[in-house]
Design a protein around this ligand. Structure first.
Ligand SMILES: [Zn+2]
Length: 472
């Protein structure tokens, strides 16, 4: 009998508030270590936390975007444990009464089917500091301590590594649409914990292990595949699975036991006496809902109404930055299908060559619009458009001037082209015969020859017309 894999995910996402969750220190990445600190976030005796309203709003905003119910009453609790990056020896988090519950996300699977992944909850908590290991020893940077985080907990609804990654991509995209996190994996502003177990049809769920702090989609994909195979091999050899936390070693491509899994009672959670329960009214929730930006599904519907295929609409809305760019280009040049084709082919080709975190469109929407207008009007051909696009991508500007300076103006002069083609036709009787015999593919040969003779400037459509005329 074959094995099933059961996967649930916990995603920690830092909120992009200006200040930390319970004090006024700056929430910024990359500053000099231990400069964004105060008595509150370094746990000086007597210092008291004050909840950041903006962090609450951002958490609610994300909850609303994924269909959560927002609890009018939630409680901050202390999760007690010792680790050097946590100077209070407890983390302020939420357990019994989280801010958001339920909701979910629909993912598209590779075979085109859709699957709904349920969410259990989204709660608000604070991040810990960061340990920096070096040859001199381990140093601690508390700048990150107290940065607001949301933990987004899914139900165990995923059954393969690919589904888990599809869910994470959708979740990251949603966070970016809502605009509550920058989701930079390299900077750790979004991190993933995977809960995984295996069982056979008809059997109860297996014992699960937890893989901690994965920070790339590729690591998630590989770690899940490795871990589910490891569990299956253990069980088939008659060894029980131990409930434990395991560490993924990306270089070795293996997971290692870190510690037996703790349960929530081990943390001695209790309501933080320094923070009163958080109460949010329905009016307040609705005022936050009014700030929700237009999300991907709504844009997909709009783009289809503009004439895009569903597939194109899904492609171009996979990230808010792409959809915003598309709409910006349209505001200068309203040819949705034409613009979309260029973005999904040429822009995506550039982006896919970059790491996920670095995928930034570097062309100004106005410039792309102008270039596409020149292309559509026949001022330049496709090869010329690509050349200009390359220059724009690398920081160039003003496509019309580039047409001149790069000498890319398309040859639309029938007389001059006829002259060029007369010679080509005369020199290639065999190709002429083939074309006359009805072999349409031979036309590509003539277009190619014409391009060579004109340094790539000939208008291919015009070349076709003239060649047909000449061989009559
Ligand atoms: Zn502080």
């Amino acid at each position: 009998m074959s094995w099933n894999t059961v996967i649930g995910l916990e995603v920690h996402s830092e909120l992009n508030t200006r200040t930390k969750c319970f004090c006024g220190c700056k929430n910024e990445f990359g500053n000099k270590p231990n400069t964004n600190c105060c008595p509150v976030c370094t746990a000086m005796p007597g210092a008291l936390p004050v909840l950041n309203r903006d962090a609450v709003e951002r958490a609610i905003l994300m909850g609303l975007a994924v269909g959560c119910r927002i609890n009018n009453y939630s409680v901050f609790e202390r999760k007690n444990y010792f680790y050097p990056d946590l100077c209070k020896a407890y983390q302020i988090s939420q357990l019994e009464y989280p801010l958001c519950v339920g909701g979910g996300l629909e993912i598209e699977l590779e075979d085109g089917t859709k699957k709904f992944i349920r969410l259990n909850r989204i709660h608000l908590e604070e991040d810990a500091g960061k340990l920096i290991h070096s040859a001199r020893g381990t140093m601690i940077d508390y700048n990150r301590g107290g940065v607001p985080l949301i933990e987004i907990v899914s139900e165990p609804d995923m059954s393969s590594a690919e589904e888990a990654v599809a869910y994470l991509e959708k979740l990251r995209s949603t966070l970016l649409y809502v605009g509550v996190s920058d989701c930079k994996m390299q900077e750790g502003s979004i991190r993933f914990d995977v809960n995984i177990s295996v069982n056979r049809d008809g059997e109860p769920l297996g014992t699960r292990t937890e893989l901690k702090n994965l920070n790339s989609f590729r690591a998630v994909l590989r770690a899940i595949k490795y871990e589910s195979n490891r569990q299956i091999e253990e069980l088939e050899a008659g060894h029980p699975i131990i409930q434990e936390t395991r560490r993924w070693d990306d270089e070795k491509g293996k997971t290692y036991s870190m510690r037996t899994k703790e349960d929530s009672q081990d943390y001695r959670y209790f309501p933080d006496p320094d923070l009163i329960p958080l109460e949010v009214t329905n009016e307040y929730i609705e005022s936050i809902r009014a700030k929700l930006p237009k999300l991907a599904p709504q844009r997909v519907t709009e783009y289809i109404a503009m004439g895009l295929t569903e597939q194109d609409a899904l492609l171009i809305t996979q990230e808010r930055a792409y959809a915003d760019f598309f709409e910006n280009v349209l505001s200068y040049f309203n040819e949705p299908k034409f613009v979309c084709n260029w973005i999904t082919a040429e822009v995506f080709k550039k982006l896919n060559a970059l790491e996920v975190d670095d995928r930034k469109i570097t062309v100004q929407p106005k410039d792309l619009a102008e270039m596409l207008r020149l292309y559509k009007d026949g001022e330049i051909n496709q090869a010329g458009a690509r050349k200009i696009f390359d220059v724009l991508w690398d920081g160039g500007t003003e496509p019309s001037k580039l047409v001149e300076s790069l000498g890319l103006k398309q040859m639309n002069d029938t007389g001059a082209l006829t002259e060029v083609l007369q010679k080509i036709v005369a020199d290639n009787p065999k190709a002429v015969a083939e074309l006359k015999a009805g072999n349409e593919k031979t036309m590509a040969f003539f277009v190619g020859q014409a391009m060579r003779a004109t340094q790539g400037k000939a208008n291919p459509k015009l070349v076709g017309e003239i060649v047909k005329e000449l061989i009559k």
